[in-house]
Write a protein of this length. Structure first.
Length: 140
């Protein structure tokens, strides 16, 4: 079950398709619940329920907390290490100016050279999405 804000935007972001792909070949049903009759811990909450012979065997609550990060209820939160020492773009911009480097050079210094190939993949995906949206008809 996909709740709240995630339920409202899930189809547009293809959350359902991603879940189906990851759990394939297990048959699944996805329910979008935009207005839950209980208080959600977070607006981007998903409940996974497993059934066998018509009876629920287990469940897992997952919260999408942003930036591609998730928190699984009942498990220790795994925090990614900070890559950037700075917290604002103003701080980053100041460092770039002080060291006479471009923003992309700063990013490469912090992330490593592999980030550039990854960014090209993202850029291509973004261009493909925009082109797809501009040439498609129907409901988003």
């Amino acid at each position: 079950m996909i709740y709240g804000s995630l339920a409202k935007t899930g189809k547009g972001h293809m959350t359902d398709k991603a879940i189906i792909k990851v759990l394939s070949p297990v048959p699944i049903e996805i329910e979008f619940i935009t207005h839950a009759d209980f208080i959600l811990p977070h607006p981007n909450t998903i409940d996974f329920l497993a059934y066998k012979d018509g009876r629920q065997t287990t469940s897992m609550r997952v919260v999408s907390v942003g930036g591609g990060d998730i928190v699984i209820d009942g498990r220790e939160e795994m925090l990614a290490p900070d890559i950037y020492k700075e917290n604002t773009f103003a701080e980053i911009s100041s460092i770039c100016k002080a060291n006479n480097i471009s923003l992309s050079e700063y990013i490469e210094q912090c992330e490593g050279k592999k980030i550039l190939g990854f960014l090209y993949v993202i850029w291509d995906a973004m261009k493909h999405s925009i082109n797809e949206a501009l040439t498609s008809t129907g409901i988003l």
